[in-house]
Design a protein. Structure first.
Length: 322
């Protein structure tokens, strides 16, 4: 006969859960059958399942039993034996009876638990019962649990051996090895290469950025200088001196001889008049190239020229008679 978990254990766990680390570990196997706690959670009298009288009120017994089922049997990560409230190696009849009690508790019409939690817990209970009631699937599951327990045992043994080695070391060696050994210092030494590489990259990026900014600043200053030289107004050209006209002396009036018309002869024959010749046709002349106006040259003011001397008057010639 399997040992049973007493209702007072559920009450003690409800009052102080931290005092029972083996019950809070979901991978640990239970040490007895939780059928009395399941009956108590369904509303049975505390004294009918072996609970001592006068220790707690019936409502506290009920709350403690349901808290034990929620936090121990149906804890996240619990194995299938723990879900059914049984130790490993339980009989098929015990598995069947505990599964019936658990499904009665998780039925939505018989309890006022959260519907979402009830559905998830019922699915886990059905999966656990389907695995444990079949001998083949139960044997495979037991082997899986055994391998997991073996790995956990080896890990615990390694931890204990390391701890024993450290405790057996000389006091001086322990002080030297543990001097200044803090989690922050270990973390700092672990990430020291990353910090060094990050610092070097930061300096390189800063240097490249500084060079780029200096080049941009030089380009901007050069642009400002070029713009200033282009936008500066050109100096106004000095106005060209206006030409001063040279005073011209008045020309003397020259007396011209008036021709004397000849008298026509009485018996003279009329002079034949020449026939008019046709005007020669000249080809159209090409347009002359534009003539550039000569630039005005400064006129030098010279001394006044004396007026020319008057020419002698011509003597009249006698007209011959015909």
């Amino acid at each position: 006969m399997e040992p049973t978990l007493l209702p007072e254990q559920a009450l003690a766990f409800y009052r102080c859960p931290t005092d029972y680390p083996e019950l809070r570990n979901p991978r640990r196997a239970l040490r007895g059958d939780a059928a009395p706690i399941l009956h108590l959670a369904l509303g049975a009298e505390p004294t009918s399942v072996g609970a001592p009288a006068g220790v707690a009120e019936p409502q506290e017994w009920l709350t403690a039993a349901r808290f034990f089922i929620e936090q121990v049997l149906l804890a996240p990560g619990a194995d299938y034996y723990r879900v059914n409230g049984l130790p490993r190696g339980a009989s098929e009849s015990d598995i069947r009876d505990n599964h019936r009690l658990l499904m009665r508790l998780l039925h939505p019409d018989r309890s006022n638990l959260d519907e979402t939690w009830q559905a998830a817990a019922a699915a886990r209970a059905n999966q656990a019962y389907a695995t444990l009631r079949d001998p083949l699937t139960r044997a495979a599951y037991d082997q899986e649990i055994a391998l997991e327990r073996l790995a956990r045992t080896q890990q615990e043994a390694t931890h204990l051996r390391t701890k024993a080695t450290r405790s057996a070391a000389p006091a001086g060696f322990e002080q030297v090895s543990r001097q200044g050994d803090t989690p922050l210092r270990r973390r700092m030494w672990r990430f020291m290469p990353h910090l060094v590489i990050g610092a070097v990259l930061g300096v390189a990026v800063s240097w490249v950025g500084w060079l780029w900014m200096e080049r941009e600043r030089a380009a901007v200053l050069a642009g400002f200088d070029a713009g200033a030289s282009l936008s500066a107004p050109a100096p106004a050209a000095a106005p060209a001196p206006r030409p001063v006209p040279e005073p011209v002396a008045p020309l003397p009036a020259v007396a011209q001889a008036q021709p004397v018309p000849a008298e026509p002869a009485a018996n003279a024959a009329p002079t034949p008049q020449p026939l008019p010749l046709p005007a020669p046709v000249t080809p159209a002349a090409e347009p002359a190239p534009p003539v550039k106006a000569p630039e005005p040259q400064p006129v030098k003011i010279s001394e006044p020229v004396p007026p020319p001397k008057a020419a002698p008057k011509p003597e009249p010639q006698p007209v011959p008679k015909v």
